[in-house]
Ligand binder design. Structure first.
Ligand SMILES: Nc1nc2c(ncn2[C@@H]2O[C@H](COP(=O)(O)OP(=O)(O)OP(=O)(O)O)[C@@H](O)[C@H]2O)c(=O)[nH]1
Length: 396
């Protein structure tokens, strides 16, 4: 009897010491499994430098089993912030395009001001109309949309005979809005569906701003009061997962990641499974774009989607495109649209180009709505795309 009691006491002391070691060794990362291939880990937000006291919602507790391994309890951050556990409070996404309109300065000066200067001339000659056409083409609006805008402006200016500067400006805004597809559905599929989280897959070539965009989306969702989990399924570059963890940590969002070179589908699966158990609103998964062959990329993205859908339907597939790459970017984009059914485009780096018209080209050539635009390197420089506000901003 005494022997049994001693054995139990040793077991209890051992357990307590083990848990203590785990906690003190750093509460930041909790292993989910020891699978050498997947090596999935889950990153807890660590307390950043103390600042604003308010905290965004955090996911509820969860358990994790690892792929094929027995379930293991994972401690997630508490719903109420611990002392010192404070996160950034990003602004909501609504109205961001208007707030960031000055970021379109380059497009504004080359397209907007260029057109307004010509339209302000007393009587428009054939040369003036040609100049308008060239300005629109130079802004990458594309031939079809340019022809439509020029024809309609010509007709309208004849009807109006002597139009004021303001009238012509409004006319230009309305023609530009018209070619930007004001009726396209740009709702982001981030909502929970049938008791499961919304799942957003983010695809695109490396360097387009994919990882940054995933981080910005997480912030925007948190700013809108949503709970989020991130999946770092770009296992080609460990730094991409580190980058994503840092984004997540700042807003109290968990990141599931794998070993460098590991199986991206396993990480995506684990992220979504964790999201289902934690009952979060949205899981956002970053994927790799650096594959040597088109068929390799298609196979991998197809697999990621299939595997994820064992847990929850994918509600949005976002293709990230760098606005400064022009036609080249559109050609690259086709590879992705053939690999997965893309439901929306994120056009990044619009702050770095005079070719704001690329939005029109991308939508027309790919037949997919631009849903978000990147307007800078700042954490909250991502805005929902609104045709009217965009046209207003580039006309100036
Ligand atoms: N000016 C500007 N820079 C941006 C924008 N979006 C992303 N970037 C920058 O683009 C660079 C590449 O971004 P990443 O997010 O690392 O690109 P990626 O596609 O994920 O590339 P990998 O991490 O290699 O997969 C970074 O320096 C970002 O800060 C934007 O809207 N405007």
């Amino acid at each position: 009897m005494e022997f049994v009691l001693i054995a139990i006491a040793i077991l209890v002391v051992g357990l307590v010491a083990g848990i203590g070691l785990l906690v003190s060794a750093g509460r930041r990362t909790t292993r989910l499994d020891d699978d050498a291939v997947a090596g999935t880990t889950l990153t807890r937000p660590r307390p950043p430098a103390p600042q604003a006291p308010e905290s965004p919602p955090t996911p509820h507790g969860s358990t994790a089993s690892g792929l094929g391994l027995p379930p293991e309890t994972v401690e997630l951050p508490p719903a109420e912030p611990e002392p010192g556990l404070v996160f950034d409070t990003p602004p909501p996404s609504a109205g961001r395009l208007v707030r960031l309109r000055s970021r379109l300065a380059r497009s504004q000066s080359s397209l907007g001001r260029g057109l307004l200067t010509v339209l302000a001339r007393e009587k428009l000659t054939e040369d003036d109309w040609e100049e308008i056409e060239e300005t629109l083409l130079a802004a990458d609006i594309g031939i079809g949309a340019t022809t439509r805008i020029v024809e309609r402006l010509r007709t309208q200016s004849m009807v109006l005979a002597t139009a004021s500067g303001t009238e012509l400006r409004d006319l230009l805004v309305s023609e530009l809005t018209g070619v930007l597809g004001p009726d396209l559905d740009r709702t982001l599929g981030t909502e929970r569906r049938d008791g499961r989280p919304g799942v957003v897959l983010v695809v695109g070539v490396n360097g387009a701003g994919k990882t940054t965009t995933v981080g910005k989306i997480a912030r925007a969702l948190v700013g809108d009061g949503k709970s989020v989990i991130l999946g770092a399924a770009d296992t080609f570059r460990a730094a991409a997962a580190d980058q994503l963890e840092t984004w997540g940590e700042r807003v109290g969002v968990l990141t599931v990641r794998g070993r460098e070179g590991g199986d991206p589908a396993s990480v995506a699966f684990e992220a979504v499974r964790t999201g289902v158990e934690a009952e979060v609103d949205t899981v956002v998964v970053d994927t790799a774009g650096r594959l040597h062959t088109k068929s390799g990329l298609m196979d991998e993205l197809g697999k990621v989607k299939r595997v994820v859908e064992k847990q929850a339907p994918v509600t949005e597939v976002l293709l990230v495109l760098d606005a400064t790459t022009g036609q080249n970017g559109v050609v690259q984009a086709r590879v992705f649209t053939e690999a997965v059914e893309v439901t929306g485009v994120v056009l990044t780096k619009l702050d770095g180009t005079a070719k704001g018209g690329i939005v029109v080209r991308v939508q027309q050539e790919l037949g997919i709505p631009v849903k978000l635009v990147g307007l800078g390197e700042g954490a909250d420089d991502l805005a929902p795309f609104e045709p009217k506000a965009f046209a207003e901003a580039i006309v100036g």
